[in-house]
Ligand binder design. Sequence first.
Ligand code: NPG
Length: 377
Amino acid sequence: MPIASAAASVALEGFELRVLHLPLVAPFTTSFGTETVREVIVVRALTSDGDGWGEIVTMAAPLYSSEYTQSAWDVALRWLAPALLDRGRLAPEEVASVLAPFVGHRMVKAGLELAVLDAALRSEGRALGEYFGAVRDRVPSGVSVGIQRDPAALVDAVGGYLDEGYARIKIKIKPGRDIADTAAVRDAFGAITLQVDANSAYTLADVDTLAELDRFDLLLIEQPLQEDDLVDHATLARRLRTPVCLDESIVSAKAAADALALGAASVINIKAGRVGGYLEAVAIHDLCRDAAIPVWCGGMLETGIGRAANAALAALPGFTLPGDVSASSRFYTRDIVTEPAVLEDGHVRVPTGHGLGIEIDPVALEDFTVVRETLTR
Ligand code: NPG
C-alpha cells in the first residue's frame, strides 16, 4: 500500500540542528554497552510554509551502527543539509533521491526527511498517520528491558513493566547472560509475550546455546549475528525453532528483500532511522506485507519527536506484532514535547494533529541543548 497521495512541497530556507543530552530514568544496558544519557540530534526544518521537526537517532558512539553523533553532525552540516537547501523548493518524497548520491548515513537522511515531511504535512493540515495510511488510532506497546545486574533484578524490572500494562516484553541478551535470564523471566511470569534481542553478540559457533532458547516459546530472537551475516543468519534460522528477526541487517528495502529471499529472517524489525527514512520504512512494510512477513516497529530511545512518528508508522496494517513504541516515561522524566506519549491500557495513541501531531516544549528543548547550529540558504 504505497503512500496514497503525495505531500505538498515546501520552500526550504534553512535547517537548525541541535545536539541534546536527555538523562535516562535508569541506565540502559545492551550487549554493546550502557547508556545513562541519551545524546541525540534534533532537526528543525525552516521553510516559508512553517517549521518541521525531525530526529537523528544516532548514539554517541558507533556501537550499534557505524553512525554516531559526530559523524551525523558533520555529514548533515557539510553535505546533506546543503544538498537539500540547494534545491530550494522540494517535496518530502524527493528528499531520499536528492540525498541518494551520498553513501550511507541513513540515520541522518531519515532525520532530515522527517523534518521536511513534518513541515509539509503541517502546512497542509494533514496528520502523519493519515499520510502513511494508518489503520489504527492506537498501537500496542512493547518495552525493551536492558541487561540487569542479575536474573533476579531482571525479574523485578520486568514485573514493573508488566504492572504498568506493557503488551510485550523484550529482554536484551548476550553470551553468558542468555539462558538463565530468559528462564528466570519465563518462570516468574508464565505465558507472557516475550522476545529476546542479542544486538549481534553471537556467532554461528553459538548455535547450541541459541537452540536452548527454543524451549522458552519466544515470539522471536532478534539479530543474533553480525549485521552483514545474512547467510549465517539463514543457516542459524534453519537450526532454530524460535523465529529469527533481523534489525541491524535490514538497512533498506533491498536488504529486506534479500534477507527474505535467503531465508535469513521470518520477522523484520523496521526502524526508520536505520533504513534511511520513514518512506523507506513504509516501503519495507509494503514488501513484507505482500510476502506475509510480520513486522514490528523498533525504537531508538526516541524523544517525543521520533516517538510520535513511530506510533504513526506502527499503525500501518502490516505491523502485526507489538513494537518498541513505549511511553516516554520508559526512558525520560522530562521530554521535549508538551504531551509526551503515555501508556493507556497497554497502548500508545497515534497522534492526530497536523504533521507529527506534537508540539515542542521550547524550555525543555533549550534546557537539553548542548550544541546548536543553523544553516540557511
Ligand atoms: O524502546 O526505544 C526503545 C529502545 C528499544 O532496545 C531498543 N533499542 O537494538 O533495538 C535495539 C535497541 C537499541 C538501543 C538500539 C540502543 C540502539 C541503541
